[in-house]
Ligand binder design. Structure first.
Ligand code: EPZ
Length: 423
């Protein structure tokens, strides 16, 4: 079982190439189910989750060919199978994104209801609300969501839940609505850059979507979509992770391809902590050479501070000069990294959806356990600065969302390597 072995200390310096966004690539891959002809996607990250999605697409009758670094050629060959089975969906929750395209293009979808995961409950009630609003019949049978519709009809849909908008819910409803009869309005839509990228992809395929990137998206249904060529946008969460890596090691990194305009909440918080982060010629430049100021951070849907960077910024705030407060408003249980960071000498106290971070002088290396993708990233960042050796077990979690992270970190000076098992 893969572990990362990290010896803390080196200041990171140099250039990191930011990969294409996992959370843009996954719904766009699902959207190819809608298309006639061939789709060519560039800058698709080589990640476990992407491989899982391409495997699912192949089971759903699509051919997927990797024709070069980051390039996939995709075509629908057979539309018989409309079943995304539990063994696929349980491995990766984003598989639920095939629901809308299957229903729109093949008039039916049978998708296993995703269970919970280590970041908490992962309901899909808003996805189902959107599909039934468009006229689909729904039933739950043997743990599968079964949806059928001879022809979807445009509707006005409010997609806000108790925790705000839903990213994959917005993606799913949009992908169902693009082939529906008439106009669909999605109110309280997710505004994430990944939704913008999906919308731009769909419009290049012949869809008619307006208002994306705002809470109100309007979709005029069209007869069919034709595959196109598209380049996936850079991963703002990977960029944020490496920005925090520069900050926590008092280093100096250039994040190639990163887009500052997609990270403004993160930039705001990091600057207030004392990190220097600026737009650079072909990306973002981050450096830090001073003690870090404590700060309060609340995670929110975009454009708020992303929940996917909560564990990483918590690791950074462990070393701030005072007490910080981190409040998790999107996934209130997303704190499995807290106990592991405390094993490294952090002083964290969880109070419901909030963690009080008492700054300490230093962290100390220890064997720790990764629990989910972003928690693993937080533990790796802590290991970069902890005194001595840290071993992060279950490194496979991090491979779901970061392309060869240990190579990217080593290339800028980190003392990190992947080992088969804890030595
Ligand atoms: C997407 O997940 C991302 N995944 C997550 O990134 C990210 O943490 C999340 O959005 C929030 O930004 C992908 O894009 C593949 P949501 P998603 O639906 O769409 C509640 C990572 O590490 N909700 O926006 O599943 C839900 O419980 C992953 O890359 C409902 O109540 O998240 C949560 O509290 C982790 N009913 C909130 O909404 C629903 O039907 C936001 O969830 C759907 C969601």
């Amino acid at each position: 079982m893969d572990c990362f072995e990290i010896n803390g200390g080196p200041r990171l310096r140099g250039t990191v190439n930011i990969s294409g966004s996992k959370n843009a690539a996954l719904p766009i891959l699902a959207a190819t189910i809608l298309c006639e002809g061939e789709t060519v996607l560039h800058r698709v990250p080589d990640l476990a989750d992407v491989r899982q999605m391409t495997h699912l697409l192949e089971k759903l009758g699509l051919s997927v060919e990797r024709t070069g670094p980051g390039t996939l050629r995709i075509r629908v060959e057979d539309e018989m199978n409309c079943h995304a089975e539990y063994k696929e969906v349980s491995k990766m929750r984003a598989s639920v994104c095939v629901m809308g395209p299957l229903l729109a293009k093949r008039k039916q979808a049978q998708v296993a209801m995703p269970g919970g995961c280590s970041i908490g409950d992962r309901p899909v009630d808003l996805h189902i609300q959107g599909m039934t609003a468009l006229g689909a019949d729904f039933e739950l049978t043997n743990g599968d969501m079964l949806l059928k519709a001879k022809k979807l009809k445009g509707a006005e849909i409010f997609l806000g839940g108790a925790f705000g908008s839903t990213v994959t819910g917005t993606a799913n409803v949009m992908m169902a609505a693009v082939l529906a009869d008439g106009r669909t309005i999605i109110e309280s839509a997710a505004c994430e850059p990944e939704i913008v990228d999906l919308s731009e992809f769909l419009n290049k395929c012949g869809a008619n979507i307006k208002g994306y990137g705002t809470p109100r998206i309007t979709i005029e249904g069209t007869g069919s979509l034709t595959g196109c060529e598209h380049t996936i946008l850079p991963d703002r969460i990977e960029a944020g992770t490496f920005a925090i890596a520069a900050a926590i090691t008092n280093g100096d990194l250039s994040l190639k391809c990163a887009r500052l305009e997609h990270m403004l909440a993160v930039v705001d918080r990091l600057r207030k902590i004392g990190v220097i982060i600026e737009r650079a010629e072909d990306g973002v430049a981050v450096s830090s050479a001073r003690r870090l100021e404590p700060i309060d951070i609340t995670t929110q849907p975009y454009p708020g501070f992303p929940t996917d960077l909560q564990a990483q910024v918590m690791a950074l705030l462990c070393l701030a000069d005072g007490n910080s407060v981190l409040c998790e408003k999107v996934f209130p249980d997303r704190f499995l990294h807290v106990a592991e960071l405390n094993r490294m000498g952090a002083r964290l106290r969880k109070e419901g959806p909030t963690v009080i971070v008492q700054g300490v002088k230093r962290l100390v290396g220890a064997p720790v356990m990764a629990s989910d993708l972003r928690a693993s990233a937080g533990l790796v960042l802590a290991g970069l600065v902890a005194r001595g050796r840290t071993v992060v077990r279950r490194a496979y979690h991090i491979d779901r969302g970061y392309e060869r992270i240990e190579e990217k970190l080593s290339a800028v000076g980190a003392d990190v390597r992947r080992v088969d098992e804890e030595l």
